[in-house]
Ligand binder design. Structure first.
Ligand code: ATP
Ligand code: MG
Length: 370
């Protein structure tokens, strides 16, 4: 057999002719650094068994985000009718080229062929996790991914088929170890624990966990900060898929962007509450664990920021809707007296909060003769 490659002959076919089939790990070159690995049936079966719980799904999706170089990972985790677990993992990692968007759910497709990755949870890089998840969940889909802008993956899980730990609120017990600093020392094997292990194992990644609305609020605030930095010209970081969020001013548009671009189902009412700062951004799990320092087990509700320090120049937000109502009532009374003198009446005042001011509008009418 000649060892000269014919013009146009596929490189892979050429190599395969001479190589020992046991050692050719790559079956197909998919371009953009992606390949389909050749793996024995036995390995395939073993990999399929890996996804046994909702926690395993979260672990694999967050692992992928981390491997893609993300430094912010957002996990929305919402239960529907006590049975369906809706999960979104959003990251600002390197993203996936459009041609590969569907291929990544096929068996043995990976971009990690050269570098088998080892982390706290063991060795991986077989191109099997998404394929295996797809076989045991109701739905898994790529909501959006763009090179340099990150990835959003949504999974819908029937917990009757793929169980999860009952307690999804308690964070693990931590211990201070001399060599490794804070480490997980106990507590339920739930999603907060999986994410805590990631947060403690990996430097430089902030991980967030919350409902769709809480995650949207967090993304909204992060985007506002990012846009400020871009506007000041000092931003080298990319523009994540939620970059546009911070420019949105109305609840309806925020609701639409969340649903259509981020795959996050958030009602118009909650979108409005995010803009009104009634749903504040979340604290990261890293910050929470650092704060609690393992003294007592933190709970998910501890991730809710005390809104005050976050308000910055949003002074008007300190006034509650009740405060505005009181102000409106007094104003109406006072105007009643003044209006009488000027032969004017006013509709109920409309009071809007804008950063460090209140905008009060009083629609006037000619007073009619009694
Ligand atoms: N969040 C993400 N960002 C960028 N690329 C991703 C993301 N999630 C998946 N991918 C791409 O899809 C490929 C397939 O992912 P999958 O989890 O199935 O396999 P893997 O991570 O390569 O190996 P393993 O089976 O051990 O998890 C990855 O190699 C990666 O290139
Ligand atoms: Mg993976």
């Amino acid at each position: 057999m000649s060892a000269v490659r014919k013009d146009g002959e596929d490189l892979l076919a050429f190599v395969k002719k001479f190589a020992n089939p046991e050692t050719v790990a790559v079956e197909e070159d998919l371009g953009h650094g992606y390949v389909r690995l050749r793996v024995t049936e036995a390995e395939r079966r073993q990999a399929l068994q890996d996804i046994r719980s909702v926690e395993d799904v979260v672990k694999e999706l967050v692992r992928n985000a981390r491997d893609a170089g993300a430094d912010h990972i957002y996990v929305s985790f919402q239960k529907e009718r006590g049975r369906w677990r809706n999960l979104h993992v959003l990251d600002n990692g390197r993203g996936i080229p459009r041609e590969l968007h569907q291929k990544i759910f096929e068996a043995r497709v990976t971009s990690k062929v050269d570098d088998v990755v080892e982390d706290y949870f063991g060795v991986h890089g077989r191109g099997m996790a998404l394929f295996s998840i797809k076989r045991v969940v109701e739905e898994i889909r790529l909501v959006e991914s763009a090179v340099g802008r990150g990835t959003i993956i949504h999974a819908r899980i029937d917990t009757h088929r793929l169980p999860e730990k009952k307690d999804q609120s308690t964070f693990p017990r931590l211990e201070e170890s001399e060599e490794e600093g804070l480490v997980v020392a106990g507590g339920p094997h739930n999603v907060p624990r999986v994410l805590s292990e990631f947060a403690l194992d990996t430097e430089g990644i902030e991980i967030y966990l919350g409902s769709n609305s809480e995650i949207l609020s967090t993304l909204y605030h992060h985007s506002t900060d990012l846009r400020k930095r871009w506007a000041a010209g000092g931003e080298e970081a990319g523009r994540p898929l939620w970059f546009e969020l911070g420019g949105i001013k109305e609840g309806k548009s925020l609701h639409r962007f969340a649903t259509e671009n981020l795959g996050l189902a958030v009602s118009e009412r909650n979108a409005f509450r995010i803009l009104e700062f009634e749903i504040p951004p979340l604290m990261s799990i890293n910050e929470l664990l650092g704060k609690s320092g393992g003294e007592k087990c933190a709970r998910r509700s501890d991730l809710h920021h005390q809104p005050k320090p976050f308000w910055g120049d949003q002074l008007a937000r300190r006034l509650s809707t009740q405060d505005l109502r009181t102000l409106g009532d007094r104003l109406r009374d006072v105007f009643g007296e003044i209006g009488d003198r000027c032969w004017l009446t006013a509709e109920s005042p409309v009071i809007k909060r804008r950063k460090d001011r209140l905008i009060i509008s009083l629609k006037l009418h000619e007073k009619e003769e009694d």
